[in-house]
Design a protein around this ligand. Structure first.
Ligand SMILES: *Cc1c(COP(=O)(O)O)cnc(C)c1O
Length: 342
């Protein structure tokens, strides 16, 4: 029995066509600014997002941390959604690498302008100044929920009023684009800087692009080298990204449809319940704060690879490695495990 891997959308394999594009890439030394494929990718993503410039980076974590380092100074704070990737999944890097404190607002479904204003109004002696506001779209911990554009517009107006820049962690902005039908440039307009991952739904082996104003990106480029993120013939990776921009954005609709199918079949059981997914993830919530890992283990043994989302939640993530037949298999295997539990 071949396991079906729903642990993350990072587990997908590069397709044969993507590998062919990588093999054919024209490359140079990007550290010297010589790699035409990297330059093409940076320009293309910046154009899609409506920003002046882009910077190719090995990972989304580096992009977010580089944005924080470039926007802030040590001893200050950043505001972000409570349990944002930046706050809880990047190994305390705002504190480690930039010397800033991450202050969580709202809940995992977002925060409003009022919460941000309340935080800013508290600034005084000993209370660090919020140098940067971070938002996330889609919201990862919330199962890939699309943050409402109306709420984000209010957050942006508030941040502008107090002259605080915004960084948008758009690791899965592609999914927000497909689910909402809004143009990428409109979704990206919320951020002074925006990071988008190529290694999740788009199916590349690695890579994130950070975009923003040219002066911001020039400063981030210097810090990229300091963070160890300046690569050499990274055009082989950029070529995968260019291929994915052509071929793997529209197909995200299939992942969203698959997530919806899984939710329709498995969303309500005696063992868990789930909200309707908006994008490519289904989050099953276990009752009574039960340990989700105890259910993930038999699921993995039955060939459905999955992990907890939080202590009492299980996450199924759809991606380009999962076809219609695999979705059927996931339903059959999951039901068998749940039935055996009684
Ligand atoms: C995956 C992810 C990141 C970081 O990406 P890596 O490439 O794994 O470092 C950042 N933010 C969000 C919301 C993510 O889901």
């Amino acid at each position: 029995m071949k396991p079906i891997d729903l642990r993350s959308d990072t587990v997908s394999q590069p397709t044969p066509a993507m590998r062919a594009a990588m093999a054919a890439a024209v490359v140079g030394d990007d550290c010297y600014g010589d790699d035409p494929s990297v330059q093409q990718l940076e320009a293309r993503v910046a154009e899609l997002l409506g920003k002046q410039a882009g910077l190719f980076l090995p990972s989304g974590t580096m992009a977010n941390q580089l944005a924080i380092a470039t926007h802030t100074r040590p001893g200050r704070a950043i505001a972000c959604v409570r349990e944002a990737h930046i706050q809880v999944h990047e190994d305390a890097s705002p504190a480690r690498l930039s010397g800033v404190q991450a202050m969580g607002l709202g809940d995992r479904y977002g925060f409003g302008a009022e919460a941000l204003e309340d935080l800013i109004r508290e600034e005084s002696c000993g209370w660090p100044r919020v140098e940067l506001v971070c938002v996330e779209n889609t919201l990862g911990l919330a199962g890939g929920r699309v943050w409402s554009q109306a709420e984000l517009a209010e957050v942006r107006a508030c941040a502008q009023h107090y002259e605080r820049p915004i960084h948008l962690d758009g690791a899965r902005l592609w999914n927000a684009h497909i689910a909402s039908g809004e143009p990428l440039s409109k979704l990206a307009a919320i951020g002074d800087s925006v990071s988008v991952c190529l290694s999740k739904g788009l199916g590349c082996p690695a890579g994130t692009v950070l975009c923003g104003e040219s002066t911001f990106i020039a400063r981030a480029r210097e810090t990229r080298h300091a963070f160890g993120g300046a690569l050499r013939q990274s055009g082989v990776l950029a070529a995968a990204g260019l291929h994915a921009l052509e071929h793997h954005i529209e197909r995200l609709a299939h992942d969203h449809r698959h997530a919806h199918q899984l939710w329709a079949a498995l969303g309500e059981t005696p063992h868990w319940s789930a909200r309707a997914p908006e994008t490519n993830m289904v989050i099953f919530e276990l009752p009574e704060r039960r340990d989700a890992e105890r259910l993930c283990r038999p699921l993995r043994e039955a060939g459905v690879l999955c992990y907890p989302n939080k202590y009492s939640e299980i996450r199924y993530v759809l991606h380009l490695g999962i076809d219609d037949a695999a979705v059927e298999q996931v339903i059959t295997r999951t039901r068998a495990v749940l039935d055996a539990l009684g």
